[in-house]
Design a protein around this ligand. Structure first.
Ligand code: ADP
Ligand code: MG
Length: 261
């Protein structure tokens, strides 16, 4: 069974002045354990698509199925992690990591133990009692990831989670996140505007084009690149060729100009 199935999903934003088609007839399937990246120029509907998959934004038309069930609202099967970490400044790292479990009413000895295990794996064990402002950006994103994983979602939605980080931190975190998700057999959809990141982390890449937001191209990442961790993947044969191919898909789209009307 597919983990995610979008059937002819369209999303229209309406305001006083106009109706804007942010997504048009999107068909998309993601298999269990698969890591898929969504890339495309700013405004092409990437965040909208994630919000629809999360259940936060009911699509104007079409169907969203998660693990075979049509969804109408957010479900604990799906964890959503944003670019901004949204940690509560008055809570310790550990208390922040437990928020999702609290909200779901699932905070018990076993779930806390699991959260602590995740904190250790993310190299945060020694920081459990500190506060967000005492941590670096990369560490805060790791806390946000632990919080998302603590409720054991089957599917992770990651909206540009590394884009506010410096380059080196970003590369380290890519490796950490990739190995953690693989080890736990999680399914993930990553939104990024970084082509290298998409290739290095994914099994499959979906390129969107704007106005209206549609799927422009879908690419499988070759096995040899997939098997390597993101940092090492960048050195693999075929990486640069794939990069150029995807770069080309962006360029022609941007080159057309005037995407906003
Ligand atoms: P991306 O994440 O790829 O940058 P978004 O999904 O955020 O794109 O937005 C897609 C398009 O929909 C953009 O043109 C954006 O301006 C528009 N849009 C996004 N959210 C809203 C909203 N709440 N109301 C109206 N228009 C929106
Ligand atoms: Mg976005």
């Amino acid at each position: 069974m597919s983990m995610v199935e979008l059937e002819d999903v369209s999303q229209v934003y309406v305001n006083a002045k106009r109706a804007y088609v942010a997504l048009e007839q999107i068909r998309l399937t993601v298999n269990p354990g698969e890591f898929v990246s969504l890339i495309g120029p700013s405004g092409c509907g990437k965040t909208t698509l994630l919000s629809v998959v999360s259940g936060l934004l009911p699509p104007t038309s079409g169907t969203v199925r998660i693990a075979g069930e049509t969804i109408w609202k957010p479900t604990p099967k799906v964890g959503y992690m944003l670019q901004q970490d949204y940690l509560f400044p008055w809570r310790t790292i550990r208390e922040n990591a437990l928020i999702g479990l609290e909200l779901l009413g699932r905070l018990d000895a076993k779930s806390q133990e699991y959260a602590d295990e995740l904190l250790s794996e993310m190299g945060l064990a020694g920081h459990r009692d500190r506060y967000p402002h005492q941590l670096s950006g990369g560490m805060r994103q790791r806390v946000a990831l632990v919080r998302t994983l603590a409720t054991e979602p089957e599917l992770l939605l990651l909206d540009e989670p590394f884009s506010a980080l410096d380059y080196q931190t970003k590369l380290q975190l890519e490796d950490l996140v990739a190995s953690m998700l693989k080890a736990r057999g999680k399914t993930a959809i990553l939104v990024t505007h970084d082509i290298s990141e998409a290739i290095a982390m994914s099994d499959r890449i979906i390129v969107l084009r704007p106005n209206p937001g549609r799927i422009r191209q879908e690419l499988e990442v070759p096995e040899s690149i997939r098997q390597a961790l993101p940092l090492e993947a960048r050195e693999k044969e075929g990486f640069h060729e794939l990069f150029r191919q995807l770069w080309g898909a962006f360029e022609t789209e941007e080159g057309k100009g005037g995407t906003d009307e």
